[in-house]
Design a protein around this ligand. Structure first.
Ligand code: SD4
Length: 352
């Protein structure tokens, strides 16, 4: 429901309720944009409240909170993002991040992850990585210890093993059982389409104004072996520009990959849009071009250098997590459908 915030219990409440009931919300700044722009509230935090962590989905809140702890204990922003993402990667109950994820069509979990640091515009990435517990850390190691940006498949696994990363089962027993059922149905030609897709994308802004981000997923459940989604692809699943802001994506990767979605969100912020409007405008732009229109199942989160944040998704939107000292909340993003915007791209002036 656009404009509705959800606080901790995930019980929906109006923004007014949220502002009134959260003790920490005095630190949230909600400002209006000129009437000619989209009617979304622009939300941000004061400079004194940093660091700020924003991530996809309600499960991102535990990752944000871990990131904040790491930072407050003296870790760098990059440490905070990486170790925050560990929390979601370690959650065996999470079907779409880490080795607890739904396997591919061959019954093996293949993990994708990337990390990006604003300072130096550095990045590292891994794709189709099997049997390694923390792909986000392997991505960081690729960034820090190799002359490369991305390693895939067996090469990525060999690198992770050489670097001493912790191994895990290539598929958890519970997921293997479900996969066997799926496979049996497939053999009988009754299989459902690939399913289950959530990703953690987590972006952070430090008190010094620098930005970092990370993204980790097991991708779409029952995907073809070797399939790589948007999450490990810089500019698609994640993008960080230290001059402007950072953005991350979740949803059907194929619908983000073809449009360099996170790069586009950051570029709209560069043109002056708030994080929220940049997410909305990116969705409009993609939907305008794509034969599927708004039927894309994709969402974005974004933060800018000023500490403003926002998110938006197709359909009814999605929930995302926002954490800074004294506050940790799950919010409902606005959603976009053909009906809610009228003619695609038609309810706001095009961005110049
Ligand atoms: C992918 N984008 O592999 C990921 C999955 C995801 O919400 O984010 N789902 O396509």
């Amino acid at each position: 429901m656009p404009g509705t915030f959800v606080f901790k219990s995930l019980k929906p409440m109006t923004r007014r309720d949220f502002l009134a009931r959260s003790g920490a919300v005095s630190t949230l700044l909600v400002t209006s944009r000129p009437a000619s722009a989209a009617a979304q509230p622009q939300v941000g935090i004061p400079a004194s409240a940093k660091p700020l962590f924003v991530s996809t989905w309600p499960f991102g809140r535990a990752s944000n909170e871990a990131a904040l702890k790491v930072f407050q204990a003296g870790g760098s922003l990059l440490d905070a993002v990486e170790q925050g993402i560990w929390v979601t990667e370690s959650d065996a109950g999470n079907g779409s991040v880490g080795l607890g994820g739904i396997p591919n069509a061959a019954g093996v979990v293949q993990l994708d992850a990337c990390i990006m640091e604003g300072v130096g515009h550095r990045a590292g990435s891994v794709a189709a990585l099997e049997g390694i517990r923390h792909p986000i850390s392997v991505a960081r190691r690729v960034m820090e210890k190799t002359p490369h940006v991305m390693l895939v498949g067996e090469g990525a696994r060999q690198f992770a093993l050489e670097q001493g990363f912790e191994q895990g089962e290539r598929v958890s027993p519970g997921r293997e059982k479900a996969w066997k059922n799926w496979k049996a149905q497939q053999d009988a030609k009754r299989a459902s389409k690939p399913k289950g897709h959530d990703t953690i994308a987590l972006v952070g802004l430090g008190p010094d104004g620098h930005l970092c981000g990370g993204c980790s997923t097991s991708g779409m459940g029952y995907k073809l072996p070797g399939r790589v989604g948007d999450s490990p692809i810089l500019g698609s699943g994640l993008y960080v520009d230290d001059e402007i802001g950072a953005a991350g994506a979740t949803g059907i990767g194929e619908n983000v990959l073809r449009y360099c979605g996170s790069y586009q969100v950051v570029e709209y912020m560069r043109q002056g849009l708030s994080p929220q409007d940049a997410c909305l405008e990116t969705l409009r732009r993609i939907a305008k071009k794509d034969p599927k229109g708004f039927d894309l199942s994709i969402s974005f989160i974004a933060i800018d250098k000023q500490g403003r944040f926002g998110a938006a998704g197709t359909g009814s939107g999605f929930q995302y997590s926002v954490t800074f000292p004294g506050t940790s909340v799950v919010l409902q993003s606005p959603g976009l459908t053909a009906k809610s915007v009228g003619p695609i791209g038609g309810n706001r002036p095009p961005v110049k």
